[in-house]
Structures are given as structure tokens and as C-alpha cells.
Design a protein around this ligand. Structure first.
Ligand code: C5P
Length: 222
């Protein structure tokens, strides 16, 4: 199909979420937050008491997952079995659990078509780890947004502190490093730039600089 897809991949905390929001506003495309799907699956698995390496059970759960996204006052809520689970899935604990279920090939296979179904007109901004490499290999434009683990940990600490939540930099840096390691080194759909991706390192760039560079690149592709 020829629905325009803009794939935005990279590690957690590099600024993909904000970039995707800006691109979605600019082009009027919907956003697929594929990480939320892995997070909801991990959350549902923990709730059922499933082990995070039980591949058969987890892939069956993934196939039957009753999941939807709904816009609630300008933010996207994640609905599982009719319940808004957004606040439960946004924790670093669930992110870590998501990266464990995400190494399992049958789980990834079970979620593939569900993700592709989000590509409808006028277009899609696909946010994840393997959008440009596996899920949408024919995407119109692919961006890989990276940043050093230290900078991502600093941003996370600042974000938590701005919400009045105490944050431990060393603990957060270790969680980020562990999750990155799993995402970059798994056998199936590891985190890496597609051959035809624009690689952007946001470590020393402002969000505006990231958006401007991304848009210039996208304009040559759409
Ligand atoms: O992006 P987010 O932090 O929400 O993703 C949570 C985890 O889900 C990632 O660390 C990764 O292991 C997994 N994931 C994935 N493929 C995607 C999106 C997320 O494996 N396309």
C-alpha cells in the first residue's frame, strides 16, 4: 500500500515522543506508539502472573490483547479491556518488563500485523525500535534518534523532579543501560538504524533543532 509512513526509531528517552508529536501536528498524521503495545502486554502478563519469558503463553496473550488508544484531553490514553492503564504502563518498571517480553520472536510476530494496521490515510508517524527495519521497511522516511545514556538519564531525572518526584540518577542510568543492552542485542528486530535512515544524535541538540533537521529530511522523501 502507499500510505505515507514516517518511521521514528531509537532508544528510550532520546526525544522520539516529542518529535513524533510535532511531526503529527505538522503533517496531520496519526501516531503509533508501538512501545505502549509492548508495555501493555508486559503489564497484562504481570497481572496474570505469567513469567516474562513464557513465550507460548505470552504470544497467545499478545494475539488476543484487547487494546485501544483513545484521545483524552490532548493526551493519548491506553485502554486495556476497557480500563485506562496509561499511568500503570508509564513506569520504568513496566518499561523494563516490556523489553523482556520484546525479545521473544513469537511475541513480536503476534504483534506485527496489529502494528501495520495503523497505517491508514492520510499517513502515520510510527514510533518504536524496529519501525524502519521490520514493521514498515517501505516507510517513506526513516529517522533514528539517538542520545547518550547519560544525557537520557539526566533528562529523565529532570522530568521526574519537575513533577515533584524524587529521582536517583545512578539508578535511572543503570535501568536505561540495562534496557538498551537488551534492545540492541536481541536476535529478533534489535534496535538499530535502518540502512536508509537519517541518524540524528540529540545529545547536544535542542528539540527544535531535531525537528528542523528531521523535517528537512522528510521533505526530500514525501
Ligand atoms: O518506547 P518504550 O520505552 O515505550 O518501549 C518499551 C520497550 O518495548 C522497549 O524498551 C523495547 O524493548 C520494546 N519495544 C520494542 N519494539 C518497539 C517498541 C518498543 O521492542 N517497536
Amino acid at each position: 500500500n502507499n500510505v505515507p509512513v514516517i518511521a521514528v526509531d531509537g532508544p528510550g528517552g532520546a526525544g522520539k515522543g516529542e518529535l513524533c508529536l510535532r511531526l503529527s501536528k505538522k503533517y496531520g498524521f496519526a501516531i503509533l506508539d508501538s512501545g505502549a503495545i509492548y508495555r501493555v502486554l508486559a503489564y497484562a502478563a504481570l497481572k496474570k502472573g505469567l513469567a516474562l519469558d513464557a513465550e507460548e503463553e505470552l504470544s497467545a496473550l499478545a494475539s488476543g490483547l484487547n487494546l485501544s488508544f483513545k484521545e483524552v484531553n490532548n493526551a493519548v490514553a491506553v485502554i486495556l479491556d476497557g480500563e485506562d492503564v496509561s499511568s500503570f504502563i508509564r513506569t520504568e518498571e513496566t518499561g523494563g518488563a516490556a523489553s523482556k517480553v520484546a525479545v521473544l520472536p513469537k511475541v513480536r510476530a503476534a504483534l506485527l500485523q496489529r502494528q501495520r494496521d495503523f497505517a491508514v490515510n492520510p499517513g502515520l508517524i510510527a514510533d518504536g525500535r524496529d519501525m524502519g527495519t521490520v514493521v514498515f521497511p517501505d516507510a517513506s522516511a526513516k529517522i533514528f534518534l539517538d542520545a547518550s545514556a547519560e544525557e537520557r538519564a539526566r533528562r529523565r531525572v529532570a522530568q521526574l523532579e519537575s513533577r515533584g518526584v524524587a529521582a536517583d540518577y545512578d539508578k535511572i542510568l543503570k535501568e536505561i543501560a540495562d534496557r538498551d543492552y537488551r534492545d540492541r542485542n536481541r536476535a529478533t528486530a534489535p534496535l538499530k538504524p535502518a540502512d536508509d535512515a537519517l541518524v540524528l544524535d540529540s545529545t547536544t541538540l535542542s528539540i527544535q533543532e531535531v525537528v528542523d533537521t528531521a523535517v528537512k529530511f522528510i521533505e526530500t522523501k514525501l
